[in-house]
Design a protein around this ligand. Structure first.
Ligand SMILES: Cc1ncc(COP(=O)(O)O)c(C=O)c1O
Length: 373
């Protein structure tokens, strides 16, 4: 590990586990934890709303940082609690042409499909290549011939190494006048997210290593006037329309903590962080390639830091995950097929290291997996 990545470790409380679970929630830094705690304390000392007023500059700087990461003006950013809440808010506020489905790929995040269905929206499957990436020529034809209400892409798939070409898809969608919405829950802090999408949303707890319960969405300015969000009569009047999607009651201390986490990401240098995560994904896939009883669920040359393994010797993946944690102090995820029922049939073991992971760590996981067979 280069000095700067071991610095990433030093900025955090010591870990009791080998933490390979950033795709669930990253490890918060001391600065993030302290910023959250300090704001909560200020609430007790001065009154919660006074404290919020005092944090306005920090919160507006966070809004500006998030706006820049998504390539929209700051007025297009709203803070919510989670990626799921963000999608629900967008669906409430966006007026969609009736009777048309939403275009998705088979690897779409399962709960998103469920939410679309719950809102009475059908989905139509877009063609992909073998790896699961949307086929851009086919997308162009679909938009020409039978355009969906909008296209929804999960930029980085949760359950295996897969990154959608969202910038290219955004250009095609824009030319066709069909909005592109992007679920960037696994993308923010992990791959470039300034992609020209019409709406993008995410959560801060994963690759940005922010506090839990703080998410955000970003809407491109061209759509602001068409949004019809619930306008809380107690909210300040005359705000940019996406701002009405912001939860007025919130864990403000968490937002203050996220501001610290995002600052650290920016100070570390996003291109270096993203390159390191991509490098680690490739390293993990190479180190884990020959572990007995496990096969790769990823395609060769897949990008990003997420790696997924299939059990090939009949192991119960959830039990292996539990034993890895209990016996080896190694934290991974057991991925249930409900995360992407149109893409995977059985459970997968997901490995999602952050920048400070080392080859030794990955070899420890390989040995751990061999030991819990
Ligand atoms: C791709 C993807 N979308 C959405 C979500 C849901 O995010 P949240 O729990 O913040 O609602 C997740 C969480 O794991 C995810 O991986």
């Amino acid at each position: 590990v280069s000095a700067s990545w071991s610095e990433y470790t030093r900025r955090r409380p010591p870990s009791r586990v080998l933490h390979l679970d950033s795709a669930a929630a990253g490890r918060q830094s001391r600065a993030t934890l302290e910023a959250t705690a300090a704001h909560a304390r200020l609430e007790a000392e001065t009154g919660a709303y006074v404290a919020q007023g005092q944090a306005q500059d920090v919160l507006e700087r966070l809004r500006g940082d998030v706006a820049e990461l998504f390539g929209v003006p700051p007025g297009g950013v709203a803070f919510v609690e989670s990626a799921t809440n963000a999608l629900a808010g967008l669906l409430d506020a966006w007026s969609l042409p009736p009777g048309r489905p939403v275009g998705v790929v088979p690897a779409e995040w399962g709960p998103n499909i469920e939410m679309l269905t719950h809102r009475g929206l059908d989905t139509v499957l877009l063609d992909t290549d073998d790896a699961g990436r949307v086929d851009l020529d086919a997308l162009q034809r679909t938009l020409d011939v039978d355009p969906p209400a909008f296209v929804h892409l999960t930029q980085v798939t949760s359950h295996r190494a897969l990154v959608q070409p969202v910038a290219e898809a955004a250009a095609i969608c824009r030319a066709a006048g069909v909005p592109l919405w992007v679920d960037a829950a696994q993308a923010i802090g992990h791959v470039p997210t300034d992609c020209g999408a019409d709406a993008t949303y995410a959560t801060g707890r994963k690759w940005l290593a922010g506090p839990r319960g703080v998410g955000f969405l970003a809407v491109a300015e061209a759509h602001w006037d068409a949004l019809d969000p619930f306008r809380d009569p107690l909210a300040a009047a005359g705000q940019a329309p996406p701002r009405y999607l912001e939860s007025p009651e919130a864990h403000v201390a968490g937002r203050v903590g996220l501001a610290a986490a995002v600052r650290e990401f920016i100070d570390d240098g996003p291109p270096a962080v993203l390159a390191r995560l991509d490098e680690l994904g490739r390293l993990a896939r190479a180190v884990l390639a020959d572990v007995p009883g496990w096969g790769s669920a990823d395609f060769a040359d897949a990008p990003g830091a997420i790696t997924a393994l299939r059990a090939t010797a009949g192991q119960d993946v959830a039990e292996v995950r539990q034993r890895l944690l209990a016996e080896q102090a190694i934290l991974t995820t057991a991925v249930a097929p409900a995360r992407a029922p149109r893409d995977i049939r059985g459970p997968l073991l997901r490995v999602s290291p952050h920048v400070d992971c080392t080859q030794d760590d990955l070899e420890r996981l390989a040995a751990g997996l061999a030991a819990v067979r």
